[in-house]
Design a protein around this ligand. Structure first.
Ligand code: PMP
Length: 284
């Protein structure tokens, strides 16, 4: 069935949606995005995503396409029109269409596109009970990974490298330390302490990361925000990743070595339960 999508102020059938070939998102990856999860027909941590979107836009001197209230209304309407119970809403803002030039155009109108993806069973336990395997890959991305831009070719290549190696994803390594997963934040657990890289330009400040660390601290778990190596991950008791659409996902193998028992660990399992319960209760 055709979805209804949102393009620059209009709700249209996906086959009718049109964007200019001069759009700078298409020509130069001059755009930013957000992915908000939907559970029970409601948005998870909409505020967190709206705040990060505003930051991404500011960092790139891009104009906001509309207000936060308008964005929430668009998200809700798309969820309703497309009957989404579990899934996600993808949002992209670009600098707009202009004659091709490296300098930012002064008169372009931002392009705003949103669409939904249904993902029945997203919050179920099937994937989390299995866990995922990650390989290590060089982090050759640009230096402003804190901005959520649509330049996603290297993460895409990483997924293909992982697939070719019989794994699910890659953990990226820079100067000997893990930065993050190709589309998630990376964690290890050692002697009860949860370790994840500190924020900076080297990683995206995950909205899920922020909530999960808050819940971990509230549950009296020890949290250390610092860099760690692949060897340290391989010797850890547990490992996991977080992202809006995978919540807390256990990692059972890092670059060919089983982590801990080689099965999803109790800390990841508990954090996933807490995260889902708390965030469902606050969904809008
Ligand atoms: N790091 C990267 C590189 C990502 O692409 C994502 C997913 N958007 C994350 C971390 C996790 O962010 P969030 O929890 O906001 O989905």
């Amino acid at each position: 069935m055709e979805r209804t999508v949102y393009v620059n102020g209009e709700y249209v059938a996906e086959s009718e949606a049109k964007i200019s070939i001069f759009d700078r998102g298409f020509l130069m990856a001059d755009g930013v995005y957000e992915v908000t999860t939907v559970l029970g027909g409601k948005l998870i941590d909409f505020d967190g995503h709206a705040v990060r979107l505003e930051r991404s836009l500011n960092e790139l001197d891009m104009a906001a396409a509309c207000t936060k209230e308008e964005l929430l209304a668009i998200h809700r309407k798309l969820v309703e029109l497309n009957n989404i119970d579990e899934g996600l809403v993808y949002l992209q803002v670009t600098r707009g269409a202009a004659d091709r030039d490296f300098a930012y155009p002064t008169d372009a109108t931002p392009t705003l596109v949103l669409f939904t993806q249904a993902k029945p069973g997203l919050s179920g336990t099937a994937a989390a009970d299995k866990g995922i395997k990650v390989i290590a890959a060089d982090d050759i991305r640009w230096g402003r990974r804190d901005i959520k831009t649509v330049q996603l070719l290297y993460p895409s290549m990483c997924k293909m490298m992982a697939k070719a190696a019989g794994a699910d994803d890659a953990w990226l390594v820079e100067d000997g330390f893990v930065t993050e997963g190709s589309s998630n934040n990376a964690y290890i657990v050692k002697d009860g302490t949860i370790i994840t890289r500190h924020l900076g330009n080297e990683i995206l400040a995950g909205i899920t990361r922020s909530a999960v660390l808050r819940f971990a601290k509230e549950a009296q778990m020890q949290v250390e925000e610092r860099s760690f190596t692949i060897a340290e991950a391989q010797a850890a008791d547990e490992a996991f990743v977080t992202s809006a659409s995978t919540f807390v996902m256990p990692v059972i193998e890092v670059d060919g070595a089983a982590v801990g028992t080689g099965k999803p660990g109790p800390v990841a399992k508990r954090l996933r339960e807490i995260y889902l319960e708390e965030m469902r209760a606050k969904a809008v």
